[in-house]
Design a protein around this ligand. Structure first.
Ligand code: CDP
Ligand code: MG
Length: 696
């Protein structure tokens, strides 16, 4: 039993929110029977979704307005139905394509396969999807295409007006992902050049007004619009009425010291005391999700988890595991889905009756002063908390257990999250905008402006990488080439540099492995074994070279899953890395990079990495007994992450790939370097004490 709080032992309270209204959606008269459990035909299921009633209205608005904003709660059918309506109405005729963007890769795959299934077609033919490094479309056949917002941005580099699309649906706009914000600004520009293009912006929350005024044309343009009888340029807003059921909200009485433990206890208590119905638990990322899965599984010793099917859900999950999450719960069992905020609005899970909300999610934060971007576990907003709770009311009245106090919710939680663009490093965005010919970045039509400090930092880094010249224009060929490679500019630059150093094969392998979340299988309690296994591959130079050893071992094992298992290596991640590697090789060849191996001369690999990542150089503090490093640029204190092979080795000079913040700033994926390489790699960067400011 939970030591913090026992659900069910207190009188359930229906909490009003601070606006005075009842927090959740009105109970509609719809019955809660057989909701999507395969009893009804696909057509019947489609007709039951709330958007179905709005089919004609949606199609009319799209016909008559350049931009339609559609607001509807999660599960109402926006993502899966609207593209089909559009297709049925002829928007995909004449070789045109209907696009639907998502901020998350996993959502792209999942909704695409659902829509293909509903339409009875093979995924990758009439219905396809594209995420970075994975294109499941067919140039001749695909009419409905799901893709990440980031991939659509990339497509603009080859096709600036996105001319093959008749309708672009920017879905999950409320998430305000970095790429969505940039995309919206660019789509507004495209609209002026392509009056026949239709935009649908869909959102689970009522942030519609802001987006609507963003797309609203000036009076003058409006007058012009009426003259040429084009679609109404004023955006239309449609709200799709939901059918959510009441959700009772429970709060903890006192703050919990460990949300993971509290979440696990809560699930067990629900399982003990509450009627059947699936549970959805919101945690923050793969690490705490895996830990919760393990804690819950261990409960089998006490027999407390009988009848529980424990399923993780996060991006990067293998396909088969994703499918389990969406498959119906067998009779007499109870599913517990332990998810990141991907299940908040991007994916609809059927059958959820109980939600356990940790109150946290992993969020990106960037500090332009220190130039440090990190993913940290941070409190969610009220808007998110409401969305999470709403997931419990899909099939029948549900319950949501918040692992924070009511006081905290009311008084301390922020109303809404900060758009990602205001808390991100902008290096990748700036280079993309530059590549699209947007020269005046500060004057770009932003839905929410990023800080000028962040912008200047990004320009500085790109300048020091030799990607921008002193007029802040893309350099040729380097700048354009870096922009072509769909990776962080630092790693793209490393790939370019590898050409001079004759080690492109190795650097591409490293880039592919670094683009995986993790290639190791880690679980609570097996850290020690994992550390021992890592020693088999550990290279004195650091983690990047260790990756090369793992890759070599994997190839020598004939890509064996058994070998991976034995070595605590994630087989799926390795298989994906191989695909990514092949694509990067093709891109490199297109850019004229010679594919060449340095045949074990690791020094050149380290030099190539320095050429791309010199801005991440750190020096061990003299006389440091606890491994304190300082970043060369901003003198921030950082430490080598315990998962690194250089942990406790503490070479004098290192370069890191990324930082993670917990109690401290930890460098992940670290390699040792010789400091003289820094000046070689970036003379203008290291000859001054301060990075040289550049004109803009
Ligand atoms: O986009 P929105 O949240 O409005 O709803 P949706 O994702 O289009 O979901 C509509 C319906 O399709 C829900 O009843 C989902 O359960 C179902 N669906 C599914 O069964 N499997 C998926 N992979 C996606 C949706
Ligand atoms: Mg959706």
């Amino acid at each position: 039993m939970s030591q913090f709080w026992k659900p069910g032992t207190e009188r359930p309270r229906l909490i009003d929110d601070e606006e005075g209204g009842v927090l959740f959606y009105s109970t509609s008269a719809l019955s809660s029977s057989s909701s999507g459990y395969g009893f009804a035909s696909v057509e019947k299921q489609r007709q039951r979704l709330p958007v179905y009633k709005y089919r004609t209205a949606i199609l009319y608005l799209v016909e008559t307005h350049a931009t339609a904003i559609i607001v509807g709660e999660t599960g109402s059918g926006k993502t899966t139905q609207i593209p089909q309506f559009l297709k049925e109405a002829g928007w995909a005729e004449g070789g045109r394509i209907i696009a639907c963007t998502q901020p998350r890769r996993l959502a792209v795959q999942s909704v695409a396969s659902r829509v293909a299934e509903e339409m009875g077609v093979k995924l990758g033919e009439e219905v396809g999807y594209t995420i970075r490094f994975e294109d499941v479309t067919n140039t001749d056949l695909t009419r409905i295409k799901f893709l990440t917002d980031g991939v659509l941005l990339r497509e603009m580099m080859d096709d600036p007006l996105l001319s093959k699309y008749s309708v672009i649906m920017v879905d999950e706009a409320h998430e305000r992902s970095l790429s969505t914000d940039i995309l919206l600004g660019l789509l507004k520009k495209i609209q002026r050049r392509r009056p026949e293009l239709r935009l649908i912006i869909s959102s689970a929350t009522i942030e519609a007004k802001k987006i609507s005024s963003f797309f609203s044309p000036s009076k003058r343009r409006q007058a012009l619009q009426t003259e040429d009888h084009g679609p109404n340029a004023e955006p239309a807003i449609l709200s799709v009425e939901g059918r959510g059921f009441n959700v009772e909200i429970f709060y903890v009485e006192d703050p919990v010291p460990d949300y993971l433990q509290a979440a696990v206890s809560t699930v067990l208590s629900i399982h003990d005391q509450e009627a059947m119905g699936d549970i959805l638990m919101f945690l923050t990322g793969q690490d705490d999700i895996d830990a919760a899965v393990q804690l819950l599984s261990e409960e089998s010793r006490n027999g407390r988890n009988q009848g529980l099917i424990i399923l993780p859900l996060y991006s990067g999950l293998p396909r088969a595991d994703q499918d389990l999450v969406f498959s119906p719960t067998p009779r007499g069992k109870r599913k517990v889905v332990i998810s990141t905020n991907i299940a908040e609005t991007s994916l609809t899970l059927e059958g959820i009756v109980y939600v356990v909300d940790s109150g946290f999610s992993k969020q990106r934060f960037y500090n332009p002063i220190t130039d440090i971007e990190s993913l940290i576990v941070a409190p969610i907003s009220k808007a998110s908390a409401r969305q999470r709770a709403g997931r419990a009311g899909r099939v029948r009245p549900g319950k949501c257990y918040r692992l924070y106090t009511e006081q905290y919710f009311l008084k301390e939680m922020s109303a809404e999250g900060i758009p990602e663009i205001q808390r991100s490093n902008l290096v990748s965005s700036v280079i993309q905008l530059k590549a699209l010919g947007i020269d005046n970045i500060l004057g770009f039509d932003w839905l929410a402006s990023p800080s000028s400090e962040a912008m200047i930092r990004a320009l500085e880094v790109l300048y020091s990488l030799g990607v921008l010249d002193s007029d802040a224009k893309l350099t040729s060929p380097d700048g354009f080439q870096v922009a072509e490679i769909p990776l962080d500019p630092m790693i793209s630059k490393t790939i370019l540099a590898s050409n001079q150093y004759g080690c492109s094969e190795e650097v591409i392998t490293i880039a592919a492995l670094l683009s995986m979340q993790s290639i190791w299988i880690s679980a609570r309690g097996t850290e020690k074994e994992l550390d021992e296994v890592k020693l088999r591959f550990a290279a004195a130079e650091g983690d990047h070279v260790t990756f090369l050893n793992v890759y070599k071992g994997f190839i020598q094992s004939n890509k064996s899953s058994k070998w991976c298992h034995k070595n605590f290596i994630n087989y799926n991640a390795m298989k994906r890395a191989l695909e990514v590697r092949e694509q990067l090789r093709r891109i490199a060849q297109r850019l004229g990079i010679v594919l060449k191996s340095c045949e074990g001369d690791i020094q050149v690999v380290r030099k190539a990495i320095t050429a791309g990542f010199f801005a991440n150089a750190c020096r061990l503090e003299p006389y440091s007994y606890n491994g304190t490093y300082k970043t060369v640029r901003t003198s921030q204190e950082v430490y080598i992450h315990p998962s690194s092979v250089l942990f406790r080795v503490n070479p004098k000079w290192v370069i890191y790939n990324s930082l993670v913040s917990t109690d401290r700033q930890y460098m992940r994926n670290v390699i040792s370097i010789d400091p003289s390489w820094l000046r070689e790699a970036a003379p203008h960067f290291y000859q001054h004490q301060q990075p040289k400011p550049i004109a803009h």
